[in-house]
Each structure stands twice: as structure tokens, then as C-alpha cells.
Design a protein around this ligand. Sequence first.
Ligand SMILES: CC(C)(COP(=O)(O)OP(=O)(O)OC[C@H]1O[C@@H](n2cnc3c(N)ncnc32)[C@H](O)[C@@H]1OP(=O)(O)O)[C@@H](O)C(=O)NCCC(=O)NCCS
Length: 153
Amino acid sequence: MSDSLQEVYHIREMRLEDVRRIILIEREIFLFPWTEMNFADSITAGYYCRVIELNDLLIGYGIMMIGPDEAHILTIGISAQWQHQGWGRRLLQYFIDLARQQQSVAVLLDVRVSNGVAANLYRQLGFEQIAIRKGYYPAMGGREDALVMRLKL
Ligand SMILES: CC(C)(COP(=O)(O)OP(=O)(O)OC[C@H]1O[C@@H](n2cnc3c(N)ncnc32)[C@H](O)[C@@H]1OP(=O)(O)O)[C@@H](O)C(=O)NCCC(=O)NCCS
């Protein structure tokens, strides 16, 4: 990625008016997408809802909830045409830094066992698998296990 591209991206708070665009991306990249209400509720609840923009185009988003000790990344997504270019890593690193600033001791997230791309990324950033939640996710024709991953801060 060129330096000029790096200069024009930014991460900002998600607003209710972003949700329509987010939902389009969400439906494109997840088989079982969140609803507009899920995103709107997360904003209203005061979770750390962020979007990543490139030249004012919203290309990705993520949501993190911070509890008394641990932070939980609830979702993260990058628009299909912008994937595999380092944007997911940047957004994830932003959330990790934010959790550290808020004195969290760890960041936790769940990932489908079949989602090797995401799990690779999390491992590269230092996340370790700490548990498996059996049948946690809906899946085509049944349920799918989740890996619970944790990054100690
Ligand atoms: C998972 C996701 C957020 C990652 O964002 P991204 O911008 O595509 O990822 P990046 O370009 O930052 O890639 C970072 C790392 O992911 C891994 N990765 C990326 N593409 C990969 C591929 N095709 N195969 C295997 N690993 C891959 C690599 O470890 C990569 O590191 P590298 O660039 O040093 O090789 C994004 O792909 C996405 O939105 N996927 C669909 C939704 C989803 O699965 N969300 C996560 C739910 S837990």
C-alpha cells in the first residue's frame, strides 16, 4: 500500500446515518448479517462503534464493548472489494490501542472455526485461542462452533 493511501484513511465514530451503508457491506460479507437494529442499538448503548473511511468512502466498521476488566470485539468487517489490503488489521489495531487506553486487561472475541482469514489475522496480532463455544453460531444446515480468542494487554 502506498504512503499516499495511508494518509487519506481515518477511523471515526459510527453514526446512525452510517447504518444504511454498513448494512449493505454486512449483507455482502456475512452469511448471517446483523440487522440495522443491531447496529443502531450498539450505537445507542454507547459501545465503541467505529468506521474506517478511505477518501470519505466507508469501507469497514467494528464494534467493541468495554467491561470492567476486558474488552470484547463484537463485530468487525471490511467491504469485500477492500479486503486483504491491510484495512482489517488497522481497524483491529485501533481497537486494541483503545482498549489499552481504557485500562482493559485483555481483548476477547469469537470467531467461526471456518473463518481462517479472520483467525489468522487475530493470531498475527497476538490473540490466542482460550476456548471453544460449541454450536455458538447459526450455519447452513445446522450450527457452527466458535473459537474464543484473547489478547492479553
Ligand atoms: C476478517 C477481515 C475483517 C480482515 O480484514 P482484511 O482487511 O481483509 O484483512 P487484512 O488485509 O488486514 O489482512 C490481515 C491478515 O489477515 C490474513 N489474511 C488476509 N487475507 C487472507 C487470505 N486470503 N488467506 C489467509 N489469511 C489471510 C493474513 O494473516 C493477513 O496478514 P498479511 O497481510 O500479513 O498476510 C475481513 O476479511 C472481513 O471483513 N471478512 C468478512 C467478515 C469477517 O469474517 N469478519 C470477522 C468476523 S470474526
